[in-house]
Ligand binder design. Structure first.
Ligand SMILES: *[C@@H]1O[C@H](CO)[C@@H](O)[C@H](O)[C@H]1NC(C)=O
Ligand SMILES: *[C@@H]1O[C@H](CO)[C@@H](O)[C@H](O)[C@H]1NC(C)=O
Ligand SMILES: *[C@@H]1O[C@H](CO)[C@@H](O)[C@H](O)[C@H]1NC(C)=O
Ligand SMILES: *[C@@H]1O[C@H](CO)[C@@H](O)[C@H](O)[C@H]1NC(C)=O
Ligand SMILES: *[C@@H]1O[C@H](CO)[C@@H](O)[C@H](O)[C@H]1NC(C)=O
Ligand SMILES: *[C@@H]1O[C@H](CO)[C@@H](O)[C@H](O)[C@H]1NC(C)=O
Length: 476
């Protein structure tokens, strides 16, 4: 393994820096959580503010007033233009990120945003952990973030991916990163704040799968070799030890394929993964949880998205249909299959039943983990304006760095499955309508558009990468 890169540059660890730190709490205990922008030692209003105090209603008037107003920031923290011209590429990159951090910190303190662009959407309300920090961070991302997508490698293992069914987000995301119209694309490598590795683990599995052993060795070879090629050819991987590089995959095995590489090659890489199991290699502070979106073939919509209208009559209390994959679903099926008219749990739907239509008629859509933590039902539920009921262990929910899932979903530990019906019945109509209203509010964040739109799923994924890049500093 002598030909593998070994890093001379000391790696900077998140916790050793006074940077933007994203905190995570366990899925069942995430009240009062904010993006912690407290990276200066002074106490700011952001650390004590309670995001649940701001209702979507009370801020809606602000939303209208703010539309179209211009405001140009005079940032005091950055170096001036004259000095900036003399900076090296990595110094310029770090200067960009320092400006962004300062702007986010200020927005969290002033509880407002600064932008020289019209804001068509202003994130407000309890669905966001810290709406001010998030909004400014999003603005800074649009203003600053530049990504280089490596051109090396051939089809079909690189530069392509699945576009329909369970893993479709992988192919669409790779496409958008490589699209020549991608507004986040860096014009040259020296301008890039982050580097994308455009390989598809799903395509590798399709092309190289060897039955019956199902060994992961061939895929580990491909990703290791890819890093060898780009780290020999360019300086960027060695400069950061991979810390400003990212990859994306929705395949169940992508977490293992990247974590089982020799010499922990991917240990610093930002991995964007559907299989976000924090009890395995997934690290919430470094990795990004990718929403699993099962698309109807040849469309950009899920089976529930086209039926949002019929969702107005939510006459079923709870609904699940699916195989008894894994212990959580087995327990769910054991306790509830065909037992209750209000809480409908099916192992397989009777022929001719319309799954999307049923979800749209349901108040609470059950989203238990299967063989892996992620479930396409979470996004299907959100699209159907159905409140997701997350039954999982160690699942890091998508965008939980900015979204407060407790405000638009119900999270139930596996042990409580026998009490499922009474738990759901105990949720008052008033509480339910609030949850559902916020489900509708976050729908846009789980919507796939080609080309992408502001605040949609592709841009939210990028924002999660951006936040992690803000947490990393290049060695001087
Ligand atoms: C990066 O480091 C590896 C291992 O030390 C070395 O073989 C390679 O040439 C380096 N790449 C560049 C561009 O210098
Ligand atoms: C910050 O606030 C916390 C709690 O509000 C308090 O205990 C702590 O002393 C404060 N620290 C400083 C440096 O003011
Ligand atoms: C909520 O906001 C109001 C002002 O709008 C303030 O008086 C109150 O103290 C806040 N409550 C909390 C818990 O922050
Ligand atoms: C928030 O900022 C916008 C634009 O910078 C400005 O028009 C608006 O008045 C500010 N709102 C508050 C409450 O300060
Ligand atoms: C909702 O659907 C149920 C069953 O499909 C039906 O009995 C009920 O009349 C519907 N309610 C409304 C308001 O449409
Ligand atoms: C998550 O990881 C743990 C530890 O490997 C494992 O026991 C658990 O089954 C995983 N969860 C799912 C749903 O795969």
């Amino acid at each position: 393994m002598a030909d593998l890169p070994s890093y001379k540059t000391p790696l900077i660890v998140f916790t050793s820096l006074l940077l933007l730190v994203i905190l995570y709490l366990s899925p069942y205990n995430n009240h009062n959580f904010v993006i912690n922008t407290d990276f200066v030692s002074s106490n700011t209003s952001s650390s004590s503010q309670n995001p649940q105090n701001f209702s979507a209603d009370s801020s809606s008037s602000t939303t209208h007033e703010d539309k179209g107003t211009l405001s140009i920031s005079s940032s005091s923290t950055s170096v001036n233009t004259h000095i900036r011209e003399k900076l090296t590429s990595s110094e310029r990159i770090e200067d960009d990120l320092a400006r962004a951090r300062a702007a986010i910190r200020e927005a969290a303190q002033t509880r407002n945003y600064t932008s020289n662009k019209m804001q068509d959407y202003i994130p407000r309300g309890p669905a966001y952990r810290n709406p001010y920090a998030f909004h400014q961070s999003y603005i800074e991302m649009e203003k600053t973030f530049k990504i280089w997508s490596y051109k090396e490698g051939d089809l079909p293992l690189m530069h392509d991916g699945p576009h329909s069914y369970l893993y479709s987000i992988e192919g669409h995301f790779i496409d958008e990163m490589e699209n020549e119209k991608n507004p986040f694309a860096a014009q040259n490598m020296d301008d890039a704040h982050a580097f994308f590795l455009p390989f598809s683990v799903t395509n590798m599995v399709s092309a190289l799968y060897k039955a019956p052993s199902g060994t992961r060795v061939p895929y580990i070879h491909v990703v290791t070799d890819y890093v060898r090629v780009i780290s020999n050819k360019y300086q960027y991987w060695n400069r950061s030890g991979g810390g400003d590089h990212f990859m994306a995959s929705c395949h169940d095995w992508a977490a293992a394929v990247t974590s089982e590489t020799p010499n922990q090659l991917f240990k610093n890489v930002i991995r964007v993964l559907c299989n976000a199991n924090s009890s395995e290699s997934f690290q919430p502070k470094r990795d990004v949880s990718l929403p699993e979106i099962s698309l109807v073939t040849r469309t950009l919509v899920t089976s529930t998205q086209s039926r949002r209208e019929s969702g107005s009559n939510h006459s079923i209390l709870g609904f699940f249909a699916g195989g008894a994959h894994g212990p959580i679903r087995q327990m769910l099926i054991e306790h509830w299959k065909d037992k209750d008219d209000a809480l409908q749990v099916h192992e397989y739907l009777p022929k001719g039943t319309d799954y999307g239509a049923l979800m749209s008629k349901t108040k609470f859509c059950l989203c238990p983990s299967g063989y892996e933590v992620a479930s396409p039902r979470v996004v299907e539920a959100i699209h159907a304006s159905c409140v997701p009921v997350i039954i999982s262990d160690h699942y890091v929910l998508p965008f939980s760095d900015v979204l407060d899932w407790s405000q638009f979903s119900v999270q139930i530990p596996m042990e409580k499955i026998p009490e499922l019906k009474s738990i759901l019945l105990a949720i008052s109509d008033e509480k339910y309508l609030k949850l559902q209203k916020r489900v509708r509010q976050v729908q846009q964040h789980f919507t796939l558009n080609r080309p992408p739109k502001r605040f949609d799923v592709i841009h939210m994924i990028l924002h999660s990468v951006w936040l992690r890049r803000l947490n990393f500093r290049l060695p001087a």
